[in-house]
Design a binder for this molecule. Structure first.
Ligand code: NDP
Ligand code: GDR
Length: 361
């Protein structure tokens, strides 16, 4: 409680410059929180997703504050925690790309696994166990090789990438610190969630961006990997509300957030092209398979084996009954609306770029 008797609501978001960090920061500010975010030093601007939330710190009474930091730097994390003394920590920072984790497994483990430990230890070192609630961004990638469908909190884990193995450590160290030290530390096991600000190299955004660029005449063909992987795709806006609800529960616990629907990558591609009035027909097999725009005959999708993963996760579909019953959480955005919103946003960007290109000539 503060001196005035009102409850202090101070959130610290790691990964604030990412997709979820941006939605969560906006949501918490809307609820009246003071929001601190950790951003990495970068040689170019990396705050595009949160620039609209920026407030000039010279003005006073600022409720959104950014700090430089990194999940691989304990001293930095301890100092920030000591300075901010957050009532809620949302640990969203991670090397979050599954394919990249095969290229940089050690860094991924450092940031995504040991990074979680660093934050939990910071809470302990500073004696904040009773004043700070901790949210860990766990993932449906933990389920990996299919053991049970749909996947829920009790489904055994079988991680299939260095990313998922690192996140497995993050999951269990969160559970362990809860049990060992009585911390309020919870995992959100979130299935894939997307939005117009999803990173451009994740498959949904890669597809909607290319659909828009093909439509605007900026590119000819989209190159993809495994078209048959199935994912449970929701909207990030809905999922950050779930993160907040998880930390408002009476006690710490672990929750799956998912839509309960699953679709193959190829279905996502078909529906995204339908948004711009194109129907896709699949021809050929294996790496020779192509997606043809029926009307024009143009090949708009090809397979590039560089996007195949050494070990793949074939099927994800979540059961969010526990979150629905205990937290009252349910996703609000339909799959069709998600794809429509993403394609519309990418069309606007592509059209601006196309016009810019013409003006430059
Ligand atoms: P993004 O990749 O969009 O964002 C990741 C954030 O982490 C960025 O702000 C990034 O900074 C930051 N970051 C990366 N490495 C470090 C580091 N070493 N130190 C400090 N910050 C770092 O991910 P999402 O927003 O999509 O996901 C948020 C979290 O949720 C991640 O932990 C992800 O693994 C997890 N998750 C995501 C799901 C999804 O479908 N989106 C599903 C389940 C879990 P920068 O902007 O500088 O790169
Ligand atoms: P995922 O997301 O691995 O589920 O992890 P991604 O969008 O990268 O892949 C989904 C599926 O699509 C297949 N795929 C391709 N993927 C990418 N990125 N690029 C391609 O060209 C391509 N072609 C086919 C993949 O093989 C895969 O099966 C995301 C991340 O946000 C994680 O951080 C998070 O934990 C999980 O979702 C839940």
């Amino acid at each position: 409680m503060s001196a005035g008797g009102a409850t202090r609501r101070v959130a610290l978001i790691t990964g604030v410059t990412g997709q979820d960090g941006a939605y969560l920061a906006e949501y918490l500010l809307g609820l009246g929180y003071i929001v601190h975010g950790i951003k990495r030093r970068s040689s170019s601007f990396n705050t595009a997703r949160i620039d609209h939330l920026y407030e000039d710190p010279h003005k006073g009474d600022v409720r959104f504050l950014l700090h430089y930091g990194d999940m691989t730097d304990s001293t930095n994390l301890i100092r920030l925690m000591q300075q901010i003394r957050p009532t809620e920590i949302y640990n969203l920072a991670a090397q979050s790309h599954v394919a990249v984790s095969f290229e940089s497994p050690e860094y991924t483990a450092n940031a995504d696994a040991i990074g979680v430990l660093r934050l939990l230890e910071a809470i302990r070192i500073l004696g904040m166990e009773k004043e700070t609630r901790f949210y860990q961004a766990s993932t449906s990638e933990l389920y990996g090789l299919v053991q049970e469908v749909p996947q829920k909190e009790t489904t055994p884990f079988y991680p299939r990438s260095p990313y998922a193995v690192a996140k497995l450590y993050g999951y269990w160290i969160t559970v362990n610190y809860r049990e060992a030290y009585g911390m309020y530390a919870s995992n959100g096991i979130l299935f894939n969630h997307e939005s117009p600000i999803r990173g451009e190299t994740f498959v949904t955004r890669k597809v909607t961006r290319s659909v828009a660029r093909i439509e605007a005449g900026l590119e000819q063909c989209l190159y993809l990997g495994n078209l048959d992987a199935k994912r449970d795709w929701g909207h990030a806006r809905d999922y950050v509300e779930g993160m907040h609800l998880i930390l408002q529960a009476d006690g710490p616990d672990d929750f799956v957030l998912a839509t309960g629907e699953t679709r193959a990558v190829r279905e996502f591609v078909e529906i995204a092209f339908q948004e711009v009035g194109r129907r896709i027909e699949w021809r050929g097999k294996g790496v020779e398979e192509v997606g043809v725009d029926i009307k024009s005959g143009q090949i708009v999708v090809r397979i590039d084996p560089q996007y195949f993963r050494p070990t793949e996760v074939d099927l994800l579909v979540g059961d969010a009954a526990k979150a629905r019953e205990n937290l009252g959480w349910r996703p609000k955005t339909s799959f069709a609306t998600l794809v429509r919103e993403m394609v519309a946003a990418d069309l606007a960007i592509a059209k601006r770029e196309a016009v810019g290109g013409q003006n430059a000539v």
